[in-house]
Design a protein around this ligand. Sequence first.
Ligand SMILES: [Zn+2]
Length: 92
Amino acid sequence: MIKYCDGCRKKGKLIIATEQHHKFSQTKLYKKLYGEYIHHPDNIQYLCYDCHHNKPLDKWDEIQFCKHFEIYPRSKSGIEKAKKLQKSNKNA
Ligand SMILES: [Zn+2]
């Protein structure tokens, strides 16, 4: 199936996408921890070369990524962040 560039489509242009951008970046660690989610279509944007390399991109950090899939963070730093967020929510 042909995918069109998400960035260009927003501007009303149909350009065939040649690249995939992972909103939550696929580092070695994250691929290991989130293997079943990282290549999920929700995490991937289809883009043309120009949009992928020359335009601002949608980016998710680990917390946003986990929230989207309704899972608990799995990396050490992600778990720490989630704990801190929980605390600040309680205090609010
Ligand atoms: Zn484009």
